[in-house]
Design a protein around this ligand. Structure first.
Ligand code: ADP
Length: 386
């Protein structure tokens, strides 16, 4: 069930409005917030012209009376208090290009959404999505009927949702400015930068407000791979680069966690599972604090990586496979661990007598024989958009 989104079309007084329920259900006594002001109130009464006034479903035209007065104008929203809308002027979006001419980043188009009409530029084409294999393909243009992931910048912020939260408020069209012909349809994946902190003043302190102060989007960059594949080396450089960009980050590393929080755990299968569970929960707290978390763990089992992933929203968790063959890792052997494992001094060593399950669909794959540490770090930061 999608969250309640009510688009205000007319304001009669500061607690009586008319509008359209674009998604979810609205009930008498529901706690709600006005967007973008963020002021809280609740539903005193609902008037639907055809139905009784206790509970109303989407697509209805309604008059709503609020318990307390809030700041609302036509085009604003009243939304569920526990799942609020976002407010931003830059997004990452998936689009289907319908224009006869190719999409070229940089051109200005008309942007039309429930949250309002704006002027938009496609600031960046991130990649094309192949229609048959669904693979991400590097691209400079999109041709007719191509799908792709782009960054969009608007002239003014709009109220919106990510597509994983609510479809109607995530959907938009792009039109040519002079002809008004539709040249693309799209859905917003997530915002790239909050437009203004004003929106948050009336809100409780939460992940968004902590991240907004830091002017960043919290992320989990989860590096997985064999011992010696290059996780720590790449993780360190990612963090250096993030700090240089003024980002707030934290590197959770297999070794530092095992000396403290997880010092009671060994390397049996059960202990490895518990190790990753605690790491993932710690990363979640850090994400909630608004940080960009780099987690560098062998994390050999698919099920545990899936468990970690399940704690986060889709765009928050970026699984990066640091790929190097066992042979290469063993040749590098930066800590002499393979030598010890081969000599029987270490038991349950991943790759030797404990399995490593390669990621099937990581967000980023780093082949350390092809990319330098520098290139790997840049690629990961670029993908994570942070
Ligand atoms: P892990 O943290 O995965 O156990 P480390 O980062 O500690 O691995 O060690 C990886 C070793 O491989 C380091 O000595 C690093 O210098 C070396 N190396 C060689 N090429 C690369 C590369 N392209 N990316 C990362 N590490 C590399």
């Amino acid at each position: 069930m999608e969250p309640m989104r009510f688009l205000v079309t007319e304001v009669e007084s500061s607690n009586r409005v008319r509008g359209v329920l674009v998604s979810g259900k609205v009930n008498r006594n529901d706690s709600v917030v006005a967007a973008p002001s963020g002021q809280q109130t609740s539903i005193l009464s609902i008037k639907d012209y055809n139905k009784p006034d206790s509970s109303v479903e989407a697509k209805s035209k309604l008059d709503i009376e609020l318990t307390y007065s809030v700041k609302l104008s036509p085009g604003d929203f009243i939304t569920a208090a526990d799942l609020r809308t976002e407010f931003a002027d830059q997004f990452e979006a998936e689009i289907k290009w319908l224009g006869h001419n190719n999409l070229l980043p940089g051109r200005t188009y008309s942007f039309k959404a429930i949250g309002g009409n704006r002027e938009a530029t496609i600031s960046r084409l991130k990649y094309r999505i192949d229609s048959k294999s669904n693979q991400q393909i590097a691209a400079k243009i999109l041709a007719t009927n191509d799908k792709g992931i782009v960054n969009i910048a608007l002239t003014h912020p709009i109220i919106y949702d990510s597509t994983s939260i609510c479809t109607p408020t995530a959907t938009f069209t792009l039109c040519e400015k002079d002809t008004e012909n539709t040249i693309a349809t799209g859905t917003i994946r997530h915002g790239l930068r909050r437009a203004s902190n004003i929106h948050w003043q009336a809100l409780d302190v939460d992940k968004q407000s902590r991240a907004a102060i830091k002017q960043q989007s919290p992320r989990i960059i989860w590096l997985t791979g064999l011992s010696g594949s290059g996780k720590s080396t790449i993780a360190n450089l990612i963090e250096k680069k993030l700090i240089a960009k003024g980002r707030h980050s934290y590197l959770l590393d297999g070794d530092n966690i095992r000396h403290g929080l997880n010092k009671d755990l060994g390397f049996t299968e059960a202990d490895r599972v518990e190790n990753i569970r605690r790491v993932a929960e710690t990363a979640k707290l850090m994400l909630d604090a608004g940080l960009i978390v780099i987690a560098s763990f062998i994390s050999p089992f698919r099920a545990e990586r899936a468990m970690a992933r399940a704690l986060f929203k889709e765009q928050e968790f970026i699984e990066v496979f640091i790929d190097a063959s066992l042979k290469v890792c063993e040749q590098r052997d930066p800590k002499g661990l393979y030598k010890k494992a081969r000599a029987g001094e270490i038991e349950n060593f991943t790759g030797i007598d404990s399995p490593y399950e390669k990621p099937l669909r990581p967000e980023v794959l780093i082949n350390t024989l092809e990319l330098t540490v520098e290139q790997a770090a840049d690629l990961i930061i670029d993908f994570a958009d942070c």
